[in-house]
Design a protein around this ligand. Structure first.
Ligand SMILES: [Fe+2]
Ligand SMILES: [Fe+2]
Length: 469
């Protein structure tokens, strides 16, 4: 065993110490991962001690171990939820049959594509967020950023583990390519469009972790139902970490909203003039990141989604909630475009599964927006944030070729373009938000545009030195 690969360096529950083949694969891949992390990971903070959570086992007392660590020394581990004896396919054509422990030959390409597409988002988001450490609104937030970053790094490890262990040579090649694509790069971009958008200030970061990480939750949850058992078990464990990312996003926006509402009641009520981000601007960033994230669910009517379900590779969100798991002959009522008009129509359920998942996601987003609106109301302010219609500002799927208002009214492209600056962040908004992004690195202090968190991390006070300066 070499110095880079050991149970001590790579906490795991996959018996790494006796798996010579996996050790060899990781020995080749791990140094490239570290090079990627140093080159594309958080800029400027690689030598600092950060108060981070590390998963050292899957047990309740082990998956959230807190201590100071320098990010390149983070113990990226490999964890799968423990195997359930006798688990069977929960859906699709093989429902009721024993799950697979090896890749089924006929579905190998589809499965590899699912793993690679999920895997690609993990390093992509680290790249998108790499400059944010220069402008954090507090040490608490700075630490949360790095926590999200190292865990996305671990999620990459999780997908690379599957590629190395179950896909042989082409799996190893895919694992290399995950480190070669770059977010936003013209020649070698990340696979999904949303992950090529810059997340270059903290309002976008919080919207990203609220809406885009939440897409991740729904993708992981539907892969957690997979009949390919190692994928299901891997995704189940990833979901425990994902919850924190969405917490960072939802509570981050909530604190910005709270600050805006407070400033509306102070001075002359001009939020921007007092160093805050006004609610209409927050609405625009919500519109932007929410609609980019809707695109991640794919086309509304999709034969790929039908195939992934039929073959037992990708299920619905919490498949257990449903009575029927084969979905032959059932339909889903949804909006579709017919002869230039939006109509509600029944679509064969298997082909509608992207839309089914997107619908669950929208409900979840709405619950978060409701909590933001409660904050505004509690401050005594009359203003409501809203999720725009699902057809607004779409770039993937059947709505992409048409233009819709935030209320879902079909309009011509020229009128849409004329109004876009009122719906989505324009250059002036972007310049203004960026002008507020000044680092605040004194323990317990907050930037002018965000309220303090309700509590600190791991029971520690808000003024704790989460990053040692
Ligand atoms: Fe992730
Ligand atoms: Fe995440």
């Amino acid at each position: 065993m070499t110095s880079v690969i050991s149970d001590e360096k790579i906490p795991n529950n996959v018996d790494l110490s006796s798996d010579r083949r996996l050790q060899r694969a990781l020995e080749a891949w791990q140094p490239k991962f570290i090079d990627w992390w140093k080159q594309m990971g958080p800029v400027g903070w690689q030598g600092h001690d950060i108060y981070l959570r590390t998963a050292i086992s899957v047990e309740t007392d082990g998956w959230a171990h807190f201590d100071y660590v320098k990010m390149p020394d983070y113990r990226w581990g490999i964890f799968l939820e423990p195997k359930q004896d006798g688990r069977v396919h929960g859906f699709g054509d093989n429902a009721g049959q024993p799950v697979w422990d090896e890749v089924p030959g006929e579905f190998r390409n589809m499965l590899r594509r699912l793993v690679v597409t999920q895997g690609d988002t993990e390093p992509a988001s680290v790249e998108q967020q790499r400059d944010l450490g220069a402008t954090a609104p507090s040490l608490y937030d700075l630490r949360n950023l790095f926590q999200v970053n190292v865990e996305e790094g671990r999620h990459l490890w999780a997908m690379v583990y599957l590629l190395h262990t179950y896909f042989g040579r082409d799996g190893r090649e895919e694992a290399e390519e995950l480190l070669q694509r770059r977010s936003g790069d013209a020649d070698k971009p990340r696979i999904l469009g949303t992950f090529n958008e810059p997340t270059n200030h903290w309002l976008s970061f919080f919207m990203f972790t609220m809406f885009t990480d939440r897409d991740g939750k729904y993708q992981l949850a539907s892969l957690a139902e997979s009949g390919f058992d190692p994928l299901a078990r891997t995704c189940r464990f990833m979901l425990t970490e994902e919850a924190h990312h969405m917490f960072v996003g939802e509570s981050g926006v909530q604190r910005i909203v709270k600050r805006a509402a407070e400033l509306m009641k102070q001075g002359n009520g001009d939020v921007r003039a007092q160093g805050g981000i006004d609610l209409p601007t927050i609405q625009k960033y919500l519109n932007f990141w929410y609609t980019l994230s809707l695109d991640l669910f794919g086309g509304e009517v999709s034969s790929n989604a039908a195939d992934a379900f039929a073959s037992g590779l990708k299920g619905r969100f919490k498949e257990d909630r449903y009575d029927e798991h084969k979905l032959i002959g059932s339909t889903f009522a949804m909006d579709v475009m017919r002869d230039g008009k939006v109509v509600h129509e029944d679509v064969p359920m298997r082909n509608a599964l992207n839309e089914v998942l997107r619908t669950e996601y929208i409900k979840d987003c709405q619950r978060g927006v409701d909590r933001w609106n409660k904050t505004i109301k509690d401050e005594g302010i009359d203003f409501e944030l809203k999720l725009p219609d699902h057809k607004f500002h779409r770039q993937i799927g059947m709505w992409a070729e048409h233009a819709f208002t935030t209320d879902g009214q079909l309009i011509d492209r020229a009128s849409w373009t004329a109004q876009a600056g009122g719906w989505l962040p324009n250059q002036a908004d972007e310049d203004f938000v960026k002008s507020l992004m000044k680092p605040v690195y004194e323990p317990g202090k907050m930037a002018s545009w965000i309220a303090p968190p309700i509590k600190g991390i791991n029971g520690l006070p808000e003024k704790f030195e989460y990053v040692r300066m």
